[in-house]
Design a protein around this ligand. Structure first.
Ligand code: MRU
Length: 343
């Protein structure tokens, strides 16, 4: 598989995740506005992948700047446009802030060199994300036993990151360590990240996966068919509350009821240390039309009111551990996350 998103001289190339698994086509962005639109319309999605795409988008936008006196104005315009794309994924803001720091550090340089530094920074963000995911895999696979059945929600795989994945990275690492696993993938209405993307990724690598509808999770837990749950996260805050794809909270509550461990896997770029608890995490509301229709066909009465929050927040008390690239955080998270951050 080519990388989810990559830099190609003077363009940003990404696999179009709206078309998978039927078609494997790539979107080529030559303008930062196209990158912003690709994020908004979910050609690219998944918190770390959104962050990498935004960093590339910013570098791409700055390539077009020709007048030094317009440098700050142009940077700010591109930066603000990319920030407005999706509100919940912490990685988006983290990556843009990192690009801004690189801009401020190198602004004394000539235009050509400054542009080179911005491209270099975006490439470093991409590379470090894959490295972080490998480390998450290293720590996380220790939580998996041979023969385990693992439930996952949404897609926290290679497609959602610069490569390898977080939740699916752990599963990949367990398989690489010789463990046999059975994955259950929630379909994840309405965008069907589980059905379309997680199943596609795992099948490609011959990792056993069974697709279920979102409401089947409780039934499987009741029948002792799930050993553990692993999901990704879009934003984790100081006390460990974690935002992830809508429906994650439901799975976490079910897991607690059935004594099934519930793990969250994410790099530190997902952790928002400025926010104390999950109540102030911004939750994206998407177009209600997304849930009235399936595969472009309207199945509900066309004008019916519909509510489409894209994420929910799982309170820390439902989370058995948070797996990061620096190790595994256990409750209380305000202490364990801070300790790992300083490591
Ligand atoms: O709306 P999406 O597809 O961007 O939501 C993605 C998720 O909720 C993922 O689980 C999360 O971003 C973690 S991806 C490593």
């Amino acid at each position: 598989m080519r990388p989810t998103v990559h830099w190609d001289k003077d363009k940003v190339v990404m696999i179009d995740q709206r078309k998978l698994p039927q078609e494997e086509v790539y979107v080529e962005c030559r303008d930062y506005r196209e990158v912003a639109e690709a994020i908004e319309k979910m050609a690219i999605r998944g918190a770390p992948a959104i962050g990498v795409a935004a960093a590339f988008g910013l570098a791409l936008g700055m390539l077009r700047v020709e007048k030094r006196e317009r440098l700050d104005q142009e940077f700010d315009q591109i930066y603000q446009r990319l920030r407005r794309t999706r509100p919940t994924a912490r990685n988006l803001f983290w990556a843009l802030e990192r690009m801004k720091a690189a801009f401020d550090r190198n602004r004394h340089l000539g235009l050509v060199q400054l542009k080179e530094r911005l491209v270099k920074e975006a490439l470093a963000i991409e590379k470090e994300d894959v490295e972080a995911n490998r480390k998450i895999g290293f720590w996380g696979e220790q939580l998996i036993k041979d023969g385990d059945s693992i439930l996952t929600h949404c897609n926290a795989g290679a497609l959602a990151t610069a490569g390898y994945g977080t939740a699916l990275g752990i599963i990949r690492a367990a398989v690489e360590a010789g463990k046999r696993v059975q994955v259950y993938a929630d379909e994840t209405r309405p965008f069907l990240q589980g059905a379309r993307l997680t199943c596609w990724e795992l099948e490609k690598e011959h990792i056993p996966v069974v697709l279920i509808i979102d409401s089947t999770a409780g039934y499987l837990m009741q029948k002792n068919m799930i050993s553990l749950v692993i999901t990704g996260a879009d934003r984790i805050v100081q006390n460990g509350d974690s935002a992830n794809k809508i429906g994650t909270y439901t799975v976490a509550v079910l897991a607690k009821e059935h004594g099934v461990p519930f793990y969250v896997a994410a790099p530190f770029s997902t952790v928002d240390f400025t926010t104390h608890d999950g109540s102030s995490i911004p939750i994206e509301e998407r177009d209600p039309q997304e849930i009235r229709e399936v595969g472009g066909k309207c199945l509900a009465p066309p004008g019916v009111k519909a509510l489409n929050p894209a994420f929910d927040v799982t309170p820390a008390r439902y989370i058995s551990a948070i797996v990061t690239e620096k190790g595994i955080a256990r409750p209380p998270y305000h202490r364990s996350l801070e300790r790992l951050r300083l490591k």
